[in-house]
Design a protein around this ligand. Structure first.
Ligand code: SF4
Length: 384
């Protein structure tokens, strides 16, 4: 729903200030249209239905996978495509399913990560806060008759959220009304340092997720050209500063590409990067007394850097969803590299290498493979 248009329409009809909140409360609870807002005057409901589109997005295609993943392709009123996904996971502590929505912040993306379908698309524009919230509202409505409501949100759809931070934050302010708390909302970035610094300064306890994908600067620049502008070491420093201010652990996202970034040595390099300096200044001073650890304890072999890294970072290894040759063709017709996903054995070995260095590491469940659920894949299938 276009909030500005809603507020203007209410103002044009001399409605009291609380009306906008009243309409929003209905929408956030999953109302399907103005006609369901029974505590609004009937004439006003009719006026709103005539003048304010209930969603700022038109649903173009929706696909469902056997694992419960739902992917939606929308168009903005000016015709730009964007995608959003809802994933279902078994809850940890009960038999209930947990649902998470993955939202887009831009139509297309100005950054050109070489493994990403969205990166091969034309960048259209930033999305407004209303267009971001309408993605979540779409799934909120579809869950009304269909089990649990989404309780988690990640900004890992199309676009770099920190290049559109004002709209993303305005959308985040509304998500708790849908049942998605700030603590369960994660904003993902490829490492846009000014955005990380700005995010650290605002009050909502949002999570930060950093797409790393390679610990070596040269390889990362090949995979993610943004690394030339914001080198990984500087980005990691910005993440440490984010943690120091917010005390919110940073998720490190690492997509597993066979033969590219999935070797044992690369896992150790990632562990070194996250662990930072191994010894404190005091420990480096000649004659400084070293702290003794109890032998045999769980942290016995962990360096100070590893213990710091375990507090600050948690790594998610992501099995790769290959993109088609058609999608790999960039806007200028040049074909981007063909990556394949790492084998389960390679992913497990990488995970174990990180854990052996004290880095908390999980492998993300694959979701929606048959409906090409990775960002940009549906828009690139000829339906955009
Ligand atoms: S991975 Fe993210 S930042 Fe990189 S091209 Fe894709 S959408 Fe853009």
């Amino acid at each position: 729903m276009d909030f500005k248009l809603l507020e203007k329409t209410l103002s044009d009809h001399a409605q009291p200030h609380f009306r906008a909140r009243q309409v929003w409360a209905w929408a956030a609870r999953g109302a399907a249209g103005f006609e369901q807002m029974t505590d609004l005057p009937g004439a006003l409901r009719a006026t709103l239905a005539e003048r304010v589109p209930f969603s700022s997005l038109a649903l173009q295609v929706e696909t469902r996978a056997g694992d419960g993943t739902v992917k939606a392709l929308f168009r903005t009123v000016d015709g730009h495509p964007l995608e959003a996904v809802m994933m279902s996971y078994p809850a940890r502590s009960a038999a209930r399913v947990r649902r998470s929505v993955c939202l887009s912040s831009q139509s297309g993306c100005p950054l050109t990560c070489t493994f990403c379908a969205t990166g091969a698309m034309h960048f259209a524009r930033n999305l407004s806060a209303s267009e971001i919230v309408d993605q979540a509202l779409h799934f909120r409505r579809s869950c009304e008759l269909d089990g649990p409501l989404p309780s988690n949100c990640v900004f890992m759809g199309m676009g770099e959220p920190l290049l559109n931070l004002d709209s993303v934050l305005a959308a985040c302010e509304r998500l708790p009304d849908l049942g998605i708390s700030h603590r369960h909302t994660a904003i993902s970035t490829v490492g846009w340092i000014p955005g990380i610094e700005a995010l650290a300064q605002q009050e909502m306890p949002l999570r930060l997720a950093l797409s790393v994908h390679a610990a070596e600067e040269a390889l990362r620049s090949q995979l993610m050209p943004v690394n030339e502008r914001h080198p990984l070491r500087d980005v990691i420093d910005a993440c440490r500063a984010f943690y120091a201010r917010k005390r919110r652990r940073v998720f490190v996202e690492y997509v597993m590409l066979a033969g590219v970034n999935d070797s044992y040595a690369q896992a150790l390099e990632l562990a070194r990067l996250l662990s930072g300096p191994e010894r404190s200044t005091a420990e480096r001073r000649p004659g400084a007394t070293r702290t003794r650890r109890a032998p045999g304890g769980p942290q016995d072999s962990a360096s100070r850097g590893e213990r710091n890294a375990a507090a600050i970072f948690k790594v998610n290894l992501i099995p790769y969803n290959p993109i088609s040759a058609a999608r790999r063709a960039g806007e200028n017709g040049s074909l981007r590299p063909a990556y394949t996903g790492s084998t389960p054995a390679a992913i497990a070995a990488f995970r174990d290498a990180l854990r052996s260095r004290g880095i908390p590491t999980t492998v993300r469940l694959t979701r929606g493979r048959e409906i090409t659920a990775a960002c940009g894949q549906l828009a690139g299938k000829g339906v955009s």
